[in-house]
Design a protein around this ligand. Structure first.
Ligand code: GRG
Length: 400
């Protein structure tokens, strides 16, 4: 397997990528320290390899920890250069990592994935929901107004990507993806109400209550939440995951211990100084729970193994937290036009956010670290989770 190593990038710190022959690539990481206790690696993107590892992720800690951040590459082995063939002019502290070559899927077309999956989900949602003119027309109009207001459909995309990672069919996962999007949209409608976050804009349009009034907006949210369970009940049902399990999954993620708990803690935390761990509690529930539920349901729709479900849970949890940290960053760095909702609201409402507690720079680092952990969880899928990988990277780099 081993061939002559041709180094591409050299420096006092950085990444060298080289070909070791078919099916195997080599990577050298320049480290500050030669021992495997305190290795520090600064890794850069290598787009020519189609590798989607993190852009400029600083990985600190024991070498084993460093390795955990590159599951996507399926690293099999890492050795100090002293025990390997040395290349010219490389400093001493170099490790050669052997990992599997990314498959043809590495040139994953995320735009196409998002466009096609969003279309499939929109079509299904349109069928599941009562037509706009069905009596009482106001409520169906209000439900559809927010549901089709142009949300990013990230939860459905994660659900379908998880299904595909487990070898399932997108069509089987679509009802579950729709159910999660209904719950998500309900939570946004209620969050925007004057009694909660009091926002006038969402998804680039006037909020539901601004168009239909508070009463109908409350009911539209209620109806969407209920609709989610009606849709889930119509899903296929799988040997390991019968309807009972699916319904329980949705109920738990949106109930008083998760989504609602996060919102309660968020409301009660306004204007108060809260700790980083209290903030984590809110993020886990308000954001991560439903994102995690989305990927878990995707796996369940593929009748995934318990090990796959565990990996998806780990992935969803970390992606969910990263999602919220980025959301907090965008709230202070982007304009309302860009976000399609009122920017700067967190600061105005004196909300505890990562940027408020640790600053922007550290927040970005935390989001990168959380995403790296999400990547690490996908190791089990051995390169079959390309859509999930691409989504995690996209969510980290999103600007709205
Ligand atoms: C009312 C029970 C209840 C909960 C509300 C949704 C929510 C909880 C609060 C809204 C504010 C917020 C920051 C929520 C965290 C989740 C989040 C970032 C939602 C926005 O999700 P996106 O960006 O929205 O995916 P789109 O519109 O693209 O679907």
């Amino acid at each position: 397997m081993e061939r002559k190593i041709k180094t591409r990038t050299l420096g006092t710190q950085g990444l060298a990528v080289s070909s070791l022959g078919p099916g195997c690539l080599g990577m050298s990481v320049f480290c500050d320290t030669p021992n495997d206790r305190e290795s520090i690696a600064t890794l850069h993107r290598a787009p020519d390899l189609g590798a989607t590892f993190l852009n400029k992720a600083d990985v600190y800690g024991p070498w084993s920890e460093v390795l955990r951040h590159f599951p996507i590459l399926g690293i099999d082995e890492a050795m100090p250069s002293s025990s390997r063939q040395k290349t010219r002019c490389l400093p001493r502290h170099i490790f050669f990592l052997k990992y599997r070559r990314m498959s043809a899927k590495s040139e994953f077309d995320l735009n196409n994935f998002l466009a096609t999956r969003t279309e499939a989900v929109n079509r299904a949602l349109d069928k599941f929901l009562p037509p706009e003119k069905t009596k009482p027309a106001t409520i169906h109009k209000a439900m559809r107004y927010s549901l089709f207001a142009g949300g990013k459909r990230m939860r459905p995309a994660l659900c379908l990507a998880a299904a595909e990672a487990c070898g399932g069919k997108a069509a089987d996962a679509v009802p579950l993806a729709c159910a999660v999007e209904c719950i998500h949209t309900y939570s946004l409608i209620h969050d925007d109400l004057p009694a909660m976050d009091n926002d006038d804009f969402r998804r680039g349009k006037l909020t539901n209550h601004k168009v239909f009034g508070d009463g109908i907006a409350v009911l539209a949210g209620d109806a969407l939440l209920t609709q989610a369970f009606e849709i889930a009940a119509q899903a296929k049902g799988w040997p390991r995951y019968p309807h009972r399990t699916i319904i329980l999954e949705l109920a738990k993620a949106s109930g008083s211990l998760q989504l609602v708990a996060g919102q309660v803690a968020d409301l009660e935390g306004e204007g108060k100084k809260i700790s980083a761990s209290e903030l984590r509690y809110i993020h886990e529930r308000k954001t991560s729970a439903l994102l995690c539920c989305s990927v878990r349901l995707g796996g369940m729709s593929a009748n995934c193994s318990p090990a796959q479900l565990k990996a998806l849970t780990d992935f969803g949890y970390h992606v969910g937290l990263a999602f919220q940290v980025i959301d907090d960053i965008l709230d202070v760095t982007q304009t309302s036009e860009q976000l399609g909702k009122t920017a700067g609201k967190d600061t105005a409402a004196q909300k505890a956010t990562y940027p408020a507690i640790v600053g922007l720079e550290k927040s970005r680092k935390i989001a990168e670290q959380l995403t790296a952990k999400a990547f690490a969880a996908l190791k089990l899928f051995k390169g079959r989770a390309v859509a999930l990988e691409a989504l995690a990277e996209f969510l980290l780099k999103r600007d709205k």
